[in-house]
Design a binder for this molecule. Structure first.
Ligand code: DGL
Length: 269
C-alpha cells in the first residue's frame, strides 16, 4: 500500500471530470490537482508549447510527492505523454488509450466519432488507438475549438453552446455514428447539449471512468493502491484566479472546494 497522493493535471477545469471518476472508483486515494488556468487553452497551441507546459505541470506535481500521475487532458495526452514519461520513474498515464478502447467496445455499427481540440484531432491519437483495438472501425474526427472557452467561461449550458454544438455535431450525426468520444476532458460538461443533438441512441464515451479504472489496475499491479489508510485529502492548484476556478469547480464537483484551492507560479517549474 502506498499512501502518497495521485497527481492529476489539465489545462483548466476539464480535468475535474476525471477527478470525479477518481473519487468514485478510487475513493481511498488522496489527490493533488493542477489546472493550468493561466495558460488555458492548450488545444490550439504548437506541439512544442504543449510539451513544455505539460513538462512543467509534471514537475510541479512531482514536488508534491505523488505516486503516479494522470494526464487528465486529451491534448497533453495526445501530444506530450511519451515526452513526460521520460522525465520521471513515477508512472504516468494519459486518457487516450483507455477511452479509445472503451469506445471500440461500445460501438455496434463500427462508426465512431471523435471530438476534441485541434491539437488532439491533428495528432491522430484517438484514431490510432481505435484502429489498434479494432481495425474495422471507421473513425470520424472533428475538432471543436470553441467548446473549451465556452466551458471555462461558464457557458456550458447556454444557448450559445447549443448553437455552436449543432454546427460541429450535425455532420457527425448525419454520418450515422453510434458512438462519440468526448476526446477533451472539458466536454463532459457539455454532455446534455451533445446528447440532445446526437440523440439518445448515440453512446457518449468520456475519459473519466476508463482512465480511473486503468489507473486503479496499474496501482493494484504495483501494490500501490490505498485501500483505507486514513481520510483522503484533496488539494487543488491553479496558475490564475482562485475564485473563478473554485466557483465553477465547486458547482461541478458538487462540493465546496474554495479553501482547498491555491495559486502557484507554474513558470518556476
Ligand atoms: N481539457 C483539455 C483536453 O482534454 C484541454 C483543452 C484545452 O486546453 O484546449 O484536451
Amino acid at each position: 500500500m502506498d499512501l502518497r497522493p495521485i497527481g492529476i493535471f489539465d489545462s483548466g477545469l476539464g480535468g475535474l471530470t476525471v477527478v470525479k471518476s477518481v473519487f468514485d472508483i478510487l475513493p481511498g486515494e488522496s489527490i493533488v490537482y493542477f489546472g493550468d488556468t493561466g495558460r488555458v487553452p492548450y488545444g490550439t497551441r504548437s506541439r512544442e508549447t504543449i510539451i513544455k507546459y505539460s513538462a512543467q505541470d509534471v514537475n510541479f506535481l512531482l514536488t508534491k510527492d505523488v505516486k503516479g500521475i494522470i494526464i487528465a487532458c486529451g491534448t497533453a495526452s495526445s501530444v506530450a505523454l511519451e515526452h513526460v514519461k521520460g522525465q520521471t520513474d513515477v508512472p504516468i498515464i494519459g486518457v487516450v488509450k483507455a477511452t479509445a478502447r472503451a469506445a471500440a467496445l461500445a460501438t455496434k455499427n463500427k462508426k465512431v466519432a471523435v471530438i476534441g481540440t485541434s491539437g488532439t484531432i491533428n495528432s491522430g491519437s484517438y484514431e490510432r488507438e481505435i484502429k489498434k483495438a479494432d481495425p474495422d472501425i471507421k473513425v470520424f474526427p472533428k475538432a471543436c475549438p470553441l467548446f473549451v472557452p465556452l466551458v471555462e467561461n461558464g457557458y456550458a449550458k447556454s444557448e450559445a453552446a447549443h448553437l455552436v454544438a449543432k454546427d460541429y455535431l450535425l455532420p457527425l450525426k448525419n454520418e450515422g455514428v453510434d458512438t462519440i468520444i468526448l476526446g477533451c476532458t472539458h466536454y463532459p460538461l457539455l454532455k446534455d447539449i451533445i446528447s440532445d443533438i446526437m440523440g439518445d441512441d448515440t453512446v457518449l464515451v468520456d475519459s473519466g471512468g476508463p482512465v480511473a479504472l486503468e489507473f486503479k489496475k496499474m496501482l493494484m499491479q504495483k501494490d500501490m493502491l490505498n485501500f483505507g489508510g486514513g481520510k483522503p485529502t484533496h488539494e487543488y492548484y491553479v496558475s490564475d484566479d482562485v475564485e473563478s476556478f473554485s466557483y465553477l469547480g465547486s458547482l461541478f464537483l458538487e462540493s465546496e472546494i474554495l479553501h482547498q484551492v491555491k495559486r502557484i507560479d507554474i513558470d518556476k517549474y
